[in-house]
Design a protein around this ligand. Structure first.
Ligand code: SIN
Length: 552
């Protein structure tokens, strides 16, 4: 069979086509990727747009495991890259895996420089955790399971103390401003200001999207509600190439206590020996994979899903392995459990798989450049080729800092260093931007999230995905006045369409009608809005129409 045509590879970015425009470098998103990039750009003037007060809206704040980096004795960057490539199920870009593993230890040192108190032993060596599919103990942590919060607190303090960084809290971007094929700024709204047609325009010499993931598109997620996938939609509408959107990672052990978003029980618990048992009291993972509870995340998530589907509730049993040390070793999970009325040193923790991480995103090169002039992407919203079909645990924070530094280096030399006065231009667009009222938006969101979890979740099928696309398109037609909702629906359609076209199972993408991996499909997906629009999202959709292109 002939090699797949490379129709939609990331277009080579040619640099700015003209003089840099007026305005700061504008970063949309204030998680680890956004803040680290802002700090690395200093003293260049940067404006960070945050939907919530700093620290409150970001998934990074909730990260429990830590940062994977080859800093332990006996470990090497080659081993880290090899594990990343292996976990990614055949479609990781090896160049990217190596560069991220190699630059990891330096970025850990950067974080130490910003004051992150990584756990060390008495001799000053990092205390490292082990997580699934890592061949070594490699996850650098803080106070057990508080890595995300500790890193974010250190970076927020550093950002607040950096005069060149201006933070605009309480605004969301809902569109990119594109002039002459170049991204020149962003359009902002107040999340609470529905239906009044008022926007703020922010001109930008460069725009960096760092908005995080897509968890809010799913009914069960470990992400904060701000992880809406809107930047995927904004970038796609402006013409950017989106890569691998079908690859969504479901975490097997979200705490199933009826809380939205679902609190996480970190994989490091299983690294310490916690086991998964079903309601009949038996361990089931060893019968499925010799690595048991530390099999790759997609394998464990599917096993938990199947148990639940068969009517057998699943629990994480930490009693023997962690027991009375729980509160000290895993204070975050302890708190989540106690709030749900569970004592994990004595009780089983009920768990279910929940959307946790999007491997796909806006396609970037190894400097974080997207296919659009003037636009970069970093962190979960980007698809760099590092994660392939299944992200290796704790590689996400690492990717955020490695690419944050790369994006900053890439932009720094291109721009003038003076801050320009025209910061935010309030603008009223009569009659436009009328959002749906809050109640109907909430109703539509509920429908969207249930469609995604039911048809585009842990297990997918051609019939289900076609149903999802038809329903999403109908919802989209009915929501065209509401840009926030339209953005979420467009992101959802990109994920569902790519999942429909990938007729195999690979990593986080599992199709009941194509349960095996097809070696001929060992390549990444690249898709544009034009590709999506060319498809009929109903059953008439031509099932071979979407291009998949070889990676490299
Ligand atoms: C976890 O702590 O289990 C999550 C870590 C990750 O998603 O990388």
């Amino acid at each position: 069979m002939a090699a797949p045509k490379k129709r939609h590879a990331v277009r080579e970015f040619q640099g700015f086509t003209g003089e840099p425009g007026p305005g700061d470098v504008v970063i949309i998103g204030a998680g680890l990727a956004g803040l680290f990039t802002a700090l690395k750009l200093a003293p260049l003037p940067v404006t960070v747009i945050a939907a919530a007060p700093l620290g409150e809206g970001a998934s990074s704040m909730w990260a429990q495991g830590g940062i994977a980096a080859a800093v332990g004795e006996g470990d090497s960057t080659a081993k880290h890259a090899a594990d990343t490539i292996e976990a990614g199920a055949g479609i990781v870009d090896p160049k990217v895996a190596h560069l991220v593993a190699e630059e990891g230890p330096d970025r850990i040192r950067d974080l130490l420089g910003y004051g992150v108190p990584f756990d060390r032993d008495l001799e000053g060596h990092y205390v490292l955790s082990k997580e699934a599919a890592h061949s070594e103990k490699r996850v650098v942590r803080v106070s057990g399971d508080k890595a995300g919060a500790a890193i974010m607190q250190a970076l927020i303090a550093a950002v607040r103390a950096t005069p060149s960084i201006r933070v605009l809290e309480g605004y969301e971007a809902d569109d990119l401003i594109v002039t002459n094929n170049r991204v020149e700024g962003v359009r902002l709204i107040r999340p609470t200001a529905l239906g009044n047609g008022r926007y703020a325009f922010v001109p930008a010499s460069a725009v960096i999207l760092a908005t995080g993931g897509v968890g809010a598109l799913f009914a069960l997620t470990t992400n904060p509600p701000y992880a809406k996938g809107e930047a995927l939609a904004m970038a796609a509408r402006a013409g950017a190439v989106i890569a691998d959107p079908e690859f969504v990672q479901f975490h097997p052990t979200a705490i199933d206590a009826g809380i939205d978003p679902a609190p996480l029980a970190t994989e490091a618990l299983r690294g310490e020996g916690a086991t998964l048992v079903n309601s009949e009291g038996g361990r089931f993972m060893l019968a499925i994979d010799p690595r048991g509870e530390l099999a790759p995340r997609d394998v464990v998530a599917r096993a938990v899903y199947n148990e639940l589907n068969a009517g057998r509730p699943v629990y994480l049993d930490c009693r023997a392995a962690i027991g009375e040390h729980f509160e000290k070793e895993f204070p975050t999970v302890w708190g989540h459990c106690r709030r749900a009325g569970i004592d994990p040193s004595k009780d089983l923790i009920p768990v279910a798989p929940a959307e946790h991480y999007h491997m796909g995103g806006i396609a970037t090169d190894s400097n974080g450049r997207t296919s659009l002039t003037g636009l970069w992407a970093v962190g979960e919203v980007a698809s760099t080729g590092l994660h392939g079909a299944n992200r290796l645990a704790s590689n996400s924070l690492l990717e955020a800092v490695v690419f944050g530094a790369r994006v900053a280096n890439d932009i720094r030399d291109l721009l003038p260093h003076d801050r320009i006065g025209n910061f935010v231009i309030p603008h009223r667009i009569p009659g436009s931007g009328r959002a749906a009222d809050t109640a109907s938006r909430q109703e539509a969101l509920k429908t969207l999230r249930s469609i995604m979890t039911k048809y585009v979740g842990v297990q997918r099928s051609g019939t289900g995905l076609k149903t999802a696309l038809a329903k999403l398109t109908a919802l989209s037609d009915a929501s065209s006045n509401d840009r926030v909702l339209s953005n979420m629906l467009l992101a959802a359609r990109l994920i569902a369409a790519a999942a429909l076209m990938r007729k195999e199972s690979r990593g986080g993408h599992y199709r009941t009608d194509y349960p095996h991996t097809n070696p001929l499909l060992a390549h990444r997906t690249f898709i544009t809005l034009a590709d999506l629009d060319a498809l009929d999202e109903t059953t008439k959709m031509p099932t071979d129409a979407l291009p998949v292109a070889a990676c490299s």
